[in-house]
Design a protein around this ligand. Sequence first.
Ligand SMILES: Cc1cc2nc3c(=O)[nH]c(=O)nc-3n(C[C@H](O)[C@H](O)[C@H](O)COP(=O)(O)OP(=O)(O)OC[C@H]3O[C@@H](n4cnc5c(N)ncnc54)[C@H](O)[C@@H]3O)c2cc1C
Length: 596
Amino acid sequence: MSELKGANFIERPINKSEVFIPEEFTEEQLMIKEMVIDFCEKEIQEPITKRGRELYATNEEDLKEIVKLLEKSAELGLCGVAIDEKLGGMNLDFNTGLIFSEAIAAGFSFATTIGAQTSIGSLPIVYYGTDAQKEKYLPGVASGAIKAAYALTEPSAGSDANSGKSKATLSPDGKNYILNGQKMWITNGGFADIFIVFAKIDDDKNLSAFIVEKAFGGVTLGAEEKKLGIKGSSTVQVFFNDCNVPVENLLSERGKGFKIALNILNSGRIKLAAGTTGGSKFAITKSIKYALEREQFGKAIANFGAIKHKLAEMATKTFTTDSAVYRTGRNIDLKTEEFIKAGISSSEAKLKALREFAIECAILKVKGSDNSDYCVDEALQIHGGMGYSVETGIEMGYRDARITRIYEGTNEINRLLSVAELGKRAVISKELNLKKAGKKIPGQLIKKMLPFGKENDFEIIENMKSIFLLLLDATGRKYKAELEHEQEIVLNLSNLLAETFVAESAFLRVQKLKDKQDFDKEKLAVMKAMVKINIYNALAIVRNSSKEIIDTYATGFEKRKMFYLIKLLTKKYDINPTILRRKIADYVIKNKEYCF
Ligand SMILES: Cc1cc2nc3c(=O)[nH]c(=O)nc-3n(C[C@H](O)[C@H](O)[C@H](O)COP(=O)(O)OP(=O)(O)OC[C@H]3O[C@@H](n4cnc5c(N)ncnc54)[C@H](O)[C@@H]3O)c2cc1C
């Protein structure tokens, strides 16, 4: 097997040749993006403007519209992005699937609807289905004739998804599972024909997964939820009362449901991250346009430093997350190819590749959703009172974005998970060799003690990795297996991990672009500025999170020693943030859009 390994960025410096950058997308991939955005503009954005309001799933007529939209999108092939061509799909590679997720964000809450159809509602069949199950359901999902939903959450089982009470028992004749239970927050539930339902067979410890057709009977729906945002997306409770599910509709094996749920979430998380970057780019472009139009004190507000600061920060956070999303997406594709070459089936290979990059997927889910919330909030602020009005659509974006920090695993759960998974790979499975990685730290420290030497971005990023390793090691030694219960520490560690990964991704993107002779020099300079601003911001987070960790676990000499080490490793980063932010803002303002 190759060097391509999940979370290996924390073990060693990564070379620019090892990462994919968005500038490497092909014409064909970019055409898919354009086609999806075009669909969203014509079928979703323009009708919203005409109607003067978004669609409400709570309104019966609107719900029919939402179903029609899904069918229209299927006519363009959009419901079959992950489905095999021979079953009527497009079978896009994973990274192109991420472009699709980014582009469909232009459809606002429809992104959630089509996301449930193409991702959580049908991927369990794509990845785990038997040939017969695939042939029976996937052509319908791709054509839009079958609408799909994913039913994991229950009233008493949210983050703790494996604790669900739904039960399946084998019928006396052994032909059916009799399913009983209550599911909650089910996207597309109001019109779905099939549900991927997770339930425990008899008194099993772990969930099993089933493909349940509404037509089986015994399926009833609650009323559409009245939600803060994504109002154009159907969300209901689903009740199963003695629903007869044929035994052949068990997905994979008995007791494997939780594993399926987790693996599907890995894919959902990075797709969500791609979607949030799409939403963020949209919010930035809208903000730039407004800032150029709106005049106060005799000039366009785009001229004010306060507004430039916001635009630069929004662009930087989005650029850096974007870099990390597609870097990971391509790695998932490469790992899949590697597994296939090793003789593993295509579905299994995709799953194993996703599992390999589960840490990155969790980090990106958090970074992407935090960023889109940040961007819509700042977009609203840039619009002033108009942002608060329904008229501009910004308030809808503000409400819609908020869900992304909750579903596909809350951000707290994903942050905890990223560190816990890394710990497992270092201590239990030994896939990562963090001890070896830590050996470079004394050398870095000595270098830092010397009075000369210019700080560079590469070194700073490597130092951030060392800080994470030092603090993981120190807290691991102190708390051992109990570390997972010290959530405040783990959450701070997750900040260090996430900042490092994203900072490195953006840095490597720019390093790679430097080699492209024909790449626009002005744009490259702005990208470099974004890398620096991002590191500048990341260092503030690193310093703060490290301080919290040290103040919590250490006392006396250990405390003084650790503070000294962190200070050395984050000693100086001498930039002028205002000049750099203005440079970034001036560039996007000149281009009148997010243009990276
Ligand atoms: C609009 C919408 C659509 C959805 N669509 C679907 C769908 O299609 N299918 C589906 O199955 N589900 C769906 N969900 C459910 C969603 O995945 C859950 O809401 C989410 O996983 C959180 O579960 P919960 O709401 O029960 O929150 P809880 O688990 O009760 O969490 C409440 C708070 O406690 C924190 N918390 C919980 N456990 C821990 C812990 N161990 N450590 C630290 N903090 C913790 C959480 O981070 C959160 O802040 C949807 C939800 C919404 C709102």
